[in-house]
Ligand binder design. Structure first.
Ligand SMILES: [Zn+2]
Ligand SMILES: [Zn+2]
Length: 346
């Protein structure tokens, strides 16, 4: 085993503590990554604050960038010193139909998650990127394209790919009318990516507060969801609505904004929803969801972001302030993603 240092939850929902973290010795197809920057995702917050799984060892973090420090003998894709990025999947079965289709995120045997997952070889629980080193199969790391700021690129690996997949699979491009509901970590990247894809992009927000930010991110219009008149005016207006609202909410008002044959993709809140079928029937509307992405799409997203200069708007904090970041994320007090600078771990 090799020992690094990271942030771990102990017992009941509480703060993370800085502790030694063990990593496996490199297998032939493994690389070791010095983690430089790790984004703080809503999933991390839920994991740390959840009342279930209190006995489980938890080191969060599943969107990070860093540099390769060591490679196993069978590794050909990377060499020591290469900048890399890692998302929320670090392995999959590799042989099921989903894996063969490049959708490892849908692996029928369930992909190995970057933290809280089960290693396919030794059965150990995976520990995430809130640490100075990570060891993984080389096939699940991505070369970080030059020109992308490594701190601001970290959130692309979870938030970015999660919004990229629906935009890409729904064929968003020049002239597509896209609306993004909720302007947080996911939402602000959805706006930037939709704009870079050439879509006519709007933001749906509960208040007009974020209108200036929405326009700065490239949105042409803001629809205030608490204003019935604005919502009525926007009826049937968008080919694609990307719903990134993180809390349970009525889908009807958002489905009514979808144009005929258009799609509402609900990403922010995963769980049971209630839908009036009439909201789907009138206009042949479709409801879908997405989360994470496969390896080909993740690589393509990173290339696209490098080409178009898309990264997250971040607030960079020394990793020692991780608990403050989680507290503020819980209050939605971030524009738009915290990234932890791991260099204070030595
Ligand atoms: Zn995430
Ligand atoms: Zn599979």
């Amino acid at each position: 085993m090799r020992t690094t240092v990271g942030y771990r939850r102990y017992g009941a929902p509480t703060a993370l503590r800085r502790v030694p973290v063990e990593r496996r010795d490199l297998r032939p197809d493994d690389i070791a990554v010095r983690v430089d920057y790790c984004g703080v995702c809503h999933t991390d917050l839920h994991a740390v604050r959840a009342h279930s799984g209190e006995d489980a060892v938890l080191v969060p973090g599943h969107e990070f960038t860093g540099v390769v420090t060591e490679v196993g003998p069978a590794v050909t894709r990377f060499g020591v010193g290469d900048p890399v990025a890692v998302g929320n999947i670090v392995d999959s079965c590799g042989v099921c139909a989903m894996c063969r289709a490049g959708q490892e995120n849908f692996c029928r045997e369930y992909p190995t998650l970057t933290y809280g997952g089960t290693d396919r070889h030794d059965g150990s629980t995976t520990l995430g990127g809130y640490s100075r080193e990570y060891v993984l199969r080389d096939g699940f790391a991505y070369p970080l394209p030059g020109g992308l700021d490594p701190a601001a690129a970290a959130p692309l690996l979870c938030a970015g790919i999660t919004v990229w997949e629906p935009l890409h699979s729904l064929g968003v491009g020049p002239g597509t009318r896209v609306a993004v509901a909720g302007l947080g970590g996911l939402g602000h990247l959805a706006v930037k990516l939709a704009v870079a894809l050439g879509a006519d992009t709007s933001v749906i927000s509960r208040s007009a507060d974020k209108a200036t930010d929405a326009r700065r991110l490239g949105a042409e219009d803001v629809v205030v969801s608490t204003d019935p008149e604005q919502m009525a005016d926007a009826r049937d207006r968008f080919d694609v609505v990307i719903d990134t609202i993180a809390v349970p909410h009525e889908l009807g008002p958002y489905l009514r904004l979808v144009a005929m044959d258009g799609t509402l993709s609900q990403l922010g809140h995963l769980g049971p929803v209630t839908v009036q079928t009439l909201d789907l029937l009138v206009g042949r509307k479709k409801l879908s969801s997405a989360g994470s992405g496969g390896r080909p799409a993740t690589a393509a997203m990173l290339e696209f972001c490098a080409e178009h200069g898309v990264t997250a708007d971040i607030e960079l904090l020394p990793s020692g302030r991780v608990n403050e970041a989680l507290d503020r994320l819980q209050r939605n007090d971030v524009r738009y993603r915290f990234v932890l600078d791991m260099s204070d771990l030595g």
